[in-house]
Every structure is written in structure tokens, then in C-alpha cells.
Design a protein around this ligand. Structure first.
Ligand code: SF4
Length: 416
């Protein structure tokens, strides 16, 4: 990210994402049954059908923000009455729907035949999909996924599995297609192999200096959301991991004089990736890990991979629906963060209080206090909005980050 020349993995990412969106539009135009989903919905289910495609509005909104069109699209939603306080992903998506994706780098998303959301990341998401449901007269299936204060219980597993089965029956009824369990199982295996490679890549951040930055993980996480259930996942993350291993071999580190190893808590600031990573590298600081990307495919209260025994694909999907930060209670978040701080030899934590995502941000003040008290870990809180650049001040954020680095230095000096 910090001014490095475009790698093979970066080129591959552009290619598979462009092909993915092209394929989505083309197949939908040719009559495929099109479903819009929240990120936490198990997309592998759709691979169980011959002719079903899916789109992920949250991922599309993140891409729009990364390309610099987030605020313009938010304003379209605000002009028709949506509050600036709503999540910027929702505002971008609703704004995008007002003119059929005029400013979108992917020409928007094809209109859905079905909307599928869930309520464990946040309840706003279900209301956001309701807007489209009312506007376009499209059915909306809401998965009711219990909040997560401890590892998933058997009763929760049974409850969520029954809803996935209801969803399958609904798609069969609406699309006229038949669900094929073999196709579905194969898709789940593709996802599992992809997650294993993803974790191998992230695990390289344990090395000092780190051959990767959290910004690499932010940029390369998109296929986890939009290409689930396909062989592209594993192929891409193997390429990415091999490149990171070559960085170690050639000693061409992204932050060559890595002096501060930091951890990021919250969604990526999509509109700031290049700027922020470059400015941090100039300060010899590397954000080597992030809760946002570390949690994918993991178990509750840890960033370790959920180790599937490859028996029941439904069990795997249901359990990994818990692998996101927003549905996690305080204890689980705290435990995972402490583990990451130790595993990645972290010197300081940046808590990015996110104006848009209240569920992610709500525990941060207490988390900051906890890691300061229990680990003596320097930490700072900065204000961001993941997709609306109007609600971010680079100078204010960096004033605090500089203060964090000074605190780390003071702590080191006191030890010397
Ligand atoms: S508020 Fe947070 S969890 Fe909800 S849709 Fe926005 S980013 Fe996702």
C-alpha cells in the first residue's frame, strides 16, 4: 500500500473482482435469480443452485468509498431524507439505488429478486434492506441470529440451521430451481480452503519486521465477501501469501524501519487506505493487524481459525456466522484482542471510533481501559467514518496517533 509497485496479487485482485461484477451483471441480465445479501449471510447456499447469483451491498459500498465516490453517493440518500447519522454503507447503497448506479465503479448492482439480511451484526441492516423491499416490492428474508456472548450453543446452531433450510425452500419456490446438496458442499469446501489460506497470510504478521500491513488485509478481503464458495478464494490467497513470503526472503518490507507495531480496531477507513498507510510508514509505524480482518472464519473470543472437521457443511457455516466482531460481547472481544496483542508483539492499539458503525464502536472505550489496565498497553481513540470521508479529519487523527507513538517511546525509555 505504501507506494509499493502493483504486485501480481494486486493485479489478480483487480481481475477477479472486475470479472466477478461483470459476471454478476451478465448472468442477472440473462435471467439468473439475483439475491442481495448482508455479509454475514452464508452465500455458499446459493452455489447449491444452478442459476442463482448474489450481490453484497456492504462490499459494493466499501468499494465506492475506496474509489472516492462515497460522500457523493451518501448525499443522494440525504437529499431524499435519510439522516447523516445512518451508517454510510446504507446511505451509499440507498443513494446508489436512486439513479441505478450512475457513480458506481461497477455500474451499481443488478436489481434483486430476493433480499436476505440478518440481525446479529446490527438491526439497521434489516431496516436498510426493508427500504429496498418496499421500494421494489421484493421479498425480504431476515435471518434471526442470536447475539454472541459465548461460543455458539447447540440450541442456536439448530435454530440457525432451520432458518437456512427455510431460506433454501424459499429460493426453490421463488426461482423454480432445485437445491443440489453436492454443489453446496463443494462450495463450502472452497470457502474453507480460502479461509485457511487467508489465515496463513495474516499469520505472517507475527514476523518482525512484518512482511504485511493491515492495509493489505483490508484491500484483499473483498473476495471473502463476494467470491465465497468459489475456487478463486484459495487461489488468490495462496498467491498473496507466496508474495508475502517472498518479501521476507528479499527483505523488502512495507515499513523497512518498522519501529512501532500497531493494532487497529474497527472497520477499515476505506477512503484513507493509501494516505494513512503512507503517512504511517514515514513514521516507521506499521499497523500489522486488525480485528476487522482477523476475525473472518475464526472462533468466538479468538482470532484462531475455526478448525472444521469437514463433516457437516451446515454446521461449518452456522458456526462461522459468529465470526464477526459486531455480534460479540465485551468479554469475547477483549479476549481476542489480548491474544492478538501478544501473538503479534503489538506496541500500541488504535481504536477507530466509527461514526457509522455504532455496534462495532460501542465497547471501545471500555476495551481501551481494559487493555491499558491489564496489559499496560498504550492505546488511542481516533474518530473515523468508514465510508463517509466528510466525517474524518486527517490532522486530528494523526495528532492522536503521534501522541500514541510518543507514549510508546516514553514506555520504552522508562524500561531502558
Ligand atoms: S452499522 Fe455497522 S454492522 Fe450495521 S451495516 Fe453499518 S457497518 Fe455494517
Amino acid at each position: 500500500m505504501s507506494g509499493r509497485k502493483k504486485s501480481q496479487a494486486a493485479k489478480n485482485l483487480s481481475l477477479i473482482m472486475a470479472e466477478g461484477y461483470k459476471n454478476l451483471h451478465q448472468r442477472a441480465a440473462e435471467g439468473a435469480f439475483c439475491i442481495w445479501i448482508a455479509i454475514n449471510v452464508p452465500a455458499e447456499v446459493f452455489e447449491g443452485f444452478e442459476n442463482v447469483v448474489y450481490a453484497v451491498p456492504e462490499s459494493h459500498s466499501a468499494m465506492c468509498a475506496g474509489k472516492g465516490v462515497g460522500p457523493a453517493m451518501c448525499e443522494k440518500a440525504e437529499r431524499i431524507g435519510y439522516s447523516m447519522d445512518l451508517c454510510s454503507y446504507a446511505r451509499i447503497d440507498i443513494g446508489n439505488a436512486t439513479d441505478g448506479g450512475e457513480d458506481s465503479p461497477t455500474f451499481g448492482l443488478p436489481k434483486p429478486d430476493l433480499l436476505v439480511s440478518n440481525n446479529n451484526n446490527c438491526s439497521l441492516l434489516a431496516k436498510w434492506f426493508d427500504v429496498h423491499s418496499r421500494e421494489w416490492g421484493v421479498p425480504h428474508f431476515i435471518m434471526d441470529v442470536p447475539f454472541c456472548y459465548e461460543p455458539q450453543q447447540e440450541k442456536d446452531r439448530v435454530y440457525i440451521t432451520s432458518q437456512i433450510n427455510d431460506l433454501i425452500r424459499l429460493i426453490e419456490k421463488l426461482s423454480g430451481q432445485t437445491f443440489k446438496p453436492d454443489r453446496f458442499a463443494e462450495a463450502v469446501h472452497h470457502t474453507w480452503k480460502g479461509f485457511r489460506e487467508w489465515k496463513r497470510f495474516l499469520g505472517l504478521a507475527r514476523k518482525t519486521p512484518s512482511p504485511i500491513t493491515a492495509f493489505d488485509s483490508f484491500v484483499h478481503m473483498a473476495p471473502v465477501l463476494t467470491l465465497r464458495g468459489t475456487p478463486s478464494l484459495k487461489q488468490h490467497y495462496t498467491l498473496l501469501t507466496d508474495e508475502a513470503l517472498a518479501v521476507v526472503e528479499e527483505e523488502k518490507y512495507p515499513v523497512p524501519r518498522e519501529r512501532y507495531r500497531l493494532f487497529w480496531d474497527n472497520i477499515a477507513p476505506w477512503h484513507q487506505l493509501r494516505k494513512m498507510s503512507s503517512r504511517l510508514a514515514e513514521m516507521d509505524a506499521n499497523i500489522v493487524g486488525a480485528s476487522y480482518t482477523s476475525c473472518l472464519g475464526t472462533i468466538e473470543g479468538s482470532f484462531e481459525l475455526y478448525d472444521w472437521d469437514e463433516s457437516n457443511p451446515f454446521d461449518y457455516l452456522v458456526r462461522t456466522m459468529n465470526s464477526y466482531m459486531c455480534p460479540h460481547g465485551m468479554e469475547l472481544r477483549s479476549k481476542a484482542m489480548k491474544e492478538a496483542i501478544e501473538n503479534l508483539s503489538i506496541d500500541g492499539v488504535i481504536f477507530a471510533s466509527n461514526r457509522s458503525c455504532k455496534p462495532y464502536s460501542i465497547t471501545q472505550m471500555d476495551q481501551q481501559k481494559r487493555i491499558k489496565e491489564s496489559l499496560g498497553m498504550p492505546a488511542v481513540m481516533i474518530e473515523v467514518d468508514h465510508a463517509d470521508a466528510r466525517k474524518y479529519s486527517e490532522e486530528n487523527a494523526f495528532l492522536r496517533i503521534e501522541a500514541l507513538l510518543e507514549t510508546i517511546d516514553a514506555k520504552r525509555n522508562a524500561r531502558a
